[in-house]
Design a protein around this ligand. Structure first.
Ligand code: F6R
Length: 260
């Protein structure tokens, strides 16, 4: 895994946006896997800024979001469909018919999940998957103990994630208990993964993900098996990495052609 330690979330997000823009410029019909939460907000600002300056055309891009709360429709302000419209889709030119987000109101959830997987396949697979990391080591909403081969399905959130995400709701009781999420196996099939993590609260999860054993106890650790995964963190999120100096050394000694 490539680990890039940056001075700030602003720098990390700019770098991540340059990577994503590079993928789209090389392949205008790229398929992007997208995430919600606090972490990617500046990343979306960066991409929207590039678009506004005429530097990034997303007209042919297809997107698949990682997850959605069940019971929340796209008009619910805490739904991820709402989040994506608010923070990204309303600011760029992605064709609405090429935007995919799991349907939190799906009646037949297993059938909907199978259709979601089929839609990813039909689009040619995900070229770049953006990921955040939960403080408990989840990716998507694959909580600890998730199968590392799992596919898109219904998951029950654990209490820690409900607490972490309660900041978006009036109270923890309002956080839905269930979500539809791409599985770890689904995520691992993306051609490239780009993980962002910021702040001290993510330091333990980041260390376990990068340097710990691969275990369902830390679903993000499955990314150690991914052939092309880049993690971009700020200093506080990197603070528990044993090999931080080595990662900095590698980055500073990158051959010019590998730089973004
Ligand atoms: C969001 C998602 C989650 C978040 C994670 C971190 O679509 O899949 O895995 O990336 O919970 O959330 P934040 O960024 O709010 O700390």
């Amino acid at each position: 895994m490539e680990v890039i330690i940056t001075a700030s979330p602003v720098e990390a997000s700019a770098q991540a946006a340059r990577i994503a823009a590079g993928v789209v410029r090389a392949k205008p019909g790229a398929v992007l896997g997208l995430a919600t939460g606090s972490t990617p907000l500046r990343f979306y600002d960066e991409l929207a800024g590039m678009h506004a300056r005429g530097k990034l055309d997303l007209a042919q891009v297809t997107t698949f979001n990682l997850d959605e709360y069940t019971g929340l429709g796209p008009q619910h302000p805490q739904s991820y469909a709402w989040f994506m419209r608010e923070h990204f889709f309303s600011r760029v030119n992605i064709a609405p018919e090429r935007i995919h987000i799991p349907d939190g109101l799906a009646r037949d959830i297993p059938a909907h999940c199978a259709e979601y997987e089929a839609a990813i396949r039909a689009a040619g697979g995900i070229d770049l998957q953006l990921l955040g990391v939960g403080s408990d080591g989840h990716i998507g909403f694959n909580e600890p103990s998730s199968s590392l081969g799992s596919r898109t399905r219904l998951k029950t959130l654990n209490e820690r994630t409900i607490r972490d995400n309660a900041r978006f709701f009036a109270s923890p009781e309002e956080v839905p208990r269930h979500v539809i999420t791409m599985g770890v196996g689904t995520i691992l099939e993306a051609r490239r993964c780009l993980v962002l993590a910021f702040g001290e609260a993510k330091a333990a999860a980041v260390a376990a993900m990068v340097e710990g054993p691969v275990t369902a106890d830390v679903p993000a650790s499955a990314l150690q098996f991914h052939a092309s995964c880049t993690l971009i963190v700020d200093e506080p999120a990197a603070s528990r990495l044993k090999r931080a100096e080595y990662y900095r050394w590698v980055y500073h000694n990158k051959p010019e052609w590998q730089r973004v």
